[in-house]
Design a protein around this ligand. Structure first.
Ligand code: SF4
Ligand code: SF4
Length: 418
């Protein structure tokens, strides 16, 4: 059974913060707001003060704890490897336990743990999309026509799938006998908003003859519940996915969403020894493809004289796990692509799941820097490995008036395959 750690379990890690301030240079929220309460050092001091009984859950405390993308950039650069994102998540669970979940947090987690409700909402949204949304002129997203609670009308949104990805395919797609068998963990964004990424994933895996299992009983990985501080929902979803993913022997559990990859691989690893087998099998699609020698196979495909210039954005949930080379390796091997590196490709886009809903103005400021770097690279496409980043990058580009398109690397891979 999954069991979250409590804030008191982090006392030792909290005490390892030496207040050096290295994290200031790496925190996207601090970069945008320049306030001490927004940076890791400030949050750790607040968590310590809460544990010591020196502060209570006042408004200012709640605001500072909400000002974190849980991106892990500070953790990755901290000389003492203080896991700030885990400490903030544990503090949010403490807050939710004492004060209850916010209305938005409650709404999000209620929907995410109920796949039937999610399907109904997606279907309703799709059927009413002409009424609810207006298409942007350059086909780069949709905008709400009417005010909606919590979502800014200024935000660009992707459309909703007419049929969820997992309902379009059989649960098992046999490949070649000598090829590995993988479980495809789709996550919610691919299932309900970007089914074309799922289709591109299938095309790529089938090109290699991989045996593909798409477990019907899988659900949300739980990352939005981590962000909301809903520990009970995180535990429930983790237990459910562990059961769903143990229904068939597989070599790997493969994701095409950086957040799902971190949810299954890193968050579940914090929930107890029951998850060791599952977390040991989680693999990002591009790590899997590189291991399968896919880059060499791409080199055999015909090239084109005209190449599309593409740059890459590192999703935080892969970068902080050290997965930076493999997505670039596949992208650069695509025969119809001219790959260019942009400045600060590894800085956060400002999405942070529910963060961009609570703090859309700060999220936009962080995204604006990224949109500037995309523009300076001269690329017409920015590719990444996370549907959440795609949503944020497109929104940032639209606000900057850049005209580029944000895509998944798999979209480009599928377009190059015969
Ligand atoms: S969190 Fe790490 S980098 Fe930041 S002040 Fe503490 S020890 Fe330094
Ligand atoms: S997890 Fe990210 S947003 Fe939060 S304090 Fe660390 S660097 Fe800043």
């Amino acid at each position: 059974m999954a069991k979250n750690k409590k804030l008191t379990d982090y006392r030792e890690e909290i005490e390892q913060c030496v207040m050096c301030g290295t994290c200031r240079a790496h925190c996207p929220v601090f970069g945008a707001e320049r306030k001490e309460g927004t940076v890791a050092r400030g949050k750790i001091a607040l968590a310590q003060a809460l544990l010591d009984g020196d502060v209570g859950l006042e408004e200012k405390f709640l605001l500072d704890m909400s000002q974190c993308l849980l991106c892990g950039s500070c953790h990755a650069q901290c000389p003492n490897k203080v896991p700030t994102e885990e400490i903030v998540a544990a503090t949010r669970r403490e807050i939710a336990q004492q004060k209850g979940l916010s209305t938005f947090g409650k709404g999000v987690t209620t929907v995410l743990k109920n796949q039937g409700l999610m399907k109904t909402l997606a279907k309703g949204g799709n059927a009413l999309s002409a009424v609810l949304f207006k298409q942007l002129p350059d086909d780069s997203g949709l905008k709400l026509r009417f005010p909606a609670p919590f979502i800014s009308r200024d935000r660009t949104l992707p459309g909703l799938a007419d049929k969820p990805f997992r309902d379009r395919h059989p649960e098992f797609i046999a490949g070649d006998k000598d090829q590995p068998t993988i479980a495809f963990f789709t996550g919610c964004a691919i299932n309900y908003m970007y089914p074309e990424i799922g289709e591109a994933m299938l095309k790529t895996l089938q090109f290699l003859g991989v045996n593909i299992w798409i477990p019907k009983e899988q659900g949300c990985c739980g990352l939005p519940a981590v962000s909301a501080g809903d520990g009970a929902t995180v535990e429930e979803l983790a237990d459910r996915n562990r059961a769903a993913l143990s229904g068939r022997p597989v070599d790997w559990i493969v994701t095409a969403c950086a957040s799902c990859n971190a949810g299954l691989g890193e968050i579940y690893a914090q929930l107890g020894d029951d998850f060791t087998e599952l977390t040991g099998k989680v693999k990002d699609i591009f790590v899997f493809l590189v291991e399968q020698g896919f880059a060499d196979k791409l080199a055999e495909l015909p090239t084109t004289a005209e190449k599309v210039r593409v740059t890459y954005h590192d999703p935080c949930h892969l970068r902080t796990q050290g997965i930076t080379k493999e997505p670039r390796q596949i992208l650069a091997a695509l025969p119809q692509i001219e790959y260019v590196e942009m400045e600060d490709a590894g800085t956060c886009c400002g999405m942070g799941g529910t963060y961009s809903v609570y703090h859309y103005d700060t999220s936009k400021k962080i995204g604006a820097k990224k949109a500037g770097h995309i523009d300076e690279s001269g690329a017409s496409l920015v590719a990444t490995d996370c549907p959440g980043c795609i949503m944020q990058l497109q929104d940032s580009i639209n606000h900057a008036g850049g005209g580029q398109k944000a895509v998944h690397i798999l979209d480009l891979v599928a377009a190059c395959l015969p």
